[in-house]
Design a protein around this ligand. Structure first.
Ligand code: LLP
Length: 433
């Protein structure tokens, strides 16, 4: 169970235990020590893993002019945004809140922000115009009109790409597939042509690109190639009609493995890069990419402690101190995150058992795994829920008035708390009696 580059077991030498033990580390830092210091549940991220994946992703596209715009929604922690900015990359945002986060973490990144989303409000558009973002990915005729009006009122010019809906299926969970005709996203290509003509006529708008995003957790790169092929031929048509198309925004969506298999991510990134770049060959466009999960997903774990063991109707449960408010992916998308013990003892490894790993929330949907095989885990033991760096903390809530967990960023030998544990006072801070 070696998890390159950052989460791996290491043998620990201790005179207190008779059996050799192995413990899960994040880079040079033992996770058990972090759980001791900061309590559980606890999110831990590896800065090294994020940097490594970012540079590998970037390097995969070395054959084409491009900018990586990290998708903030995957993990919007300020410290991670700053790390991404310092590595020289841009950002993909979908709300005013995400814009503020990026500006807070890295004010100079404004000119590397692309703004997608079907429901941008006038206020959000105004703030983004004032900040001077790189590109608005417009998703409807009405939004285009609002953008034009707002830009005119504030005497700005907005760079515009129309997000097209390529009407292509993508093999993924239906909640995160976005490229079919009946989805709310983007504009069908035949209608988009009209919007480009409209945008070109408006002095406050500048036509700059075409964007597409077909969904998330997509592992078959042929789906991306198919979408980009449609975009590429559309770019040719738009140019013939006199539009200047400088950017193609290929969106995000590349999958990560959740099942414990460890294919070489560099090769996966290269295959993805080939699929996306090839249809654009000869067009001379600047490619924008919006990866989220592929950058931060494998770079994080959620640590949780077993509170109780119980058996009901013959079914074994490990009740842990994390819950669906901390990580909703298993119940919302049926995601199967690998769960491993932080400490592997010889004795424990021998006795395996089928068990459910569940949280304390009052819903049967509050589970992390059902009927998985784990070594005998005693009460008080620590578990790590893997590959939770993306859409873990960023989808967290206060369901059941639970306090959100702290987040730790490990960088080599050092560990830094980048968000403190919520306190009861945080829960009621905005309320009045
Ligand atoms: N660009 C746009 C316009 C998007 O809507 C998204 C994701 C991305 C980029 C980044 O996609 P990624 O590279 O991370 O797949 N909460 C779900 C995922 C929702 C994705 C929404 N949009 C989950 O936990 O699986």
């Amino acid at each position: 169970m070696i998890r390159p580059p950052s989460f791996a077991y290491r043998r620990i030498v201790s005179s207190a235990v008779r059996h050799p033990e192995r413990e899960l580390f994040c880079d040079a830092v033992p996770l058990a020590g972090l759980a001791e210091e900061y309590g559980t549940p606890l999110y831990v991220y590896s800065a090294l893993a994020i940097r490594t994946r970012l540079s590998a992703f970037d390097a995969a596209f070395r054959g084409i002019r491009h900018t990586v715009c990290y998708s903030v929604k995957a993990n919007s922690s300020l410290a991670i945004l700053r790390l991404v900015a310092r590595a020289g990359h841009g950002f993909d945002i979908v709300s005013g809140g995400e814009l503020e986060r990026v500006l807070w973490a890295s004010p100079r990144s404004a000119s590397r922000i692309v703004f997608s989303g079907v429901g941008k409000t006038r206020d959000e558009i105004t703030r983004a115009l004032r900040a001077g973002i790189l590109l608005f990915n417009v998703e409807s005729a009405s939004e285009l009109r609002v953008l034009a009006e707002t830009a005119e009122r504030f005497n700005r010019q907005a760079r515009v790409a129309i997000r097209v809906n390529p009407d292509l299926p993508a093999k993924t969970h239906p909640y995160i597939s976005t490229g079919l005709r009946h989805h709310k996203f983007g504009v069908p290509i035949p209608d988009a042509e009209r919007l480009y003509a409209e945008a070109a006529r408006h002095p406050a708008l500048r036509v700059a690109g075409v964007s597409v995003h077909i969904g998330s957790q997509i592992s078959d790169v042929r789906s991306f190639a198919a979408a980009i092929e449609r975009v590429a031929s559309f770019v040719v048509r738009l140019r013939r009609a006199g539009h200047s198309i400088h950017y193609v925004d290929g969106g995000g969506g590349l999958a990560i493995p959740y099942n414990g298999s460890r294919p070489d991510f560099r090769r996966q990134f290269s295959a993805y890069a080939r699929a996306v770049s090839r249809p654009l060959r000869g067009l001379g466009v600047h490619l924008l990419l919006e990866p989220g999960r592929a950058i931060v997903g494998p770079a994080g774990v959620l640590l949780t402690r077993v509170l109780y063991r119980k058996t009901n109707g013959g079914r074994r449960f490990l009740i842990v101190d994390a819950a669906m408010n901390d990580l909703i992916r298993p119940t919302l998308y049926g995601a199967q995150h690998e769960i491993v013990p932080v400490r592997l003892t010889h004795a424990g490894a021998a006795r395996g058992e089928k068990t459910d790993v569940v949280g304390p929330i009052c819903e049967t949907g509050d589970f992390f795994a059902r009927r998985i095989h784990l070594p005998g885990i005693p009460e008080g033991a620590l578990l790590a829920i893997l590959d939770t760096g993306a859409y873990g903390a960023s989808l967290g809530s206060n369901l059941n008035s639970r306090l959100k967990p702290p987040e730790i960023l490990v960088d080599g030998r050092s560990a830094r708390r980048i968000r403190r544990r919520e306190r009861a006072g945080d829960l009621i801070r905005l309320e009045s009696l």
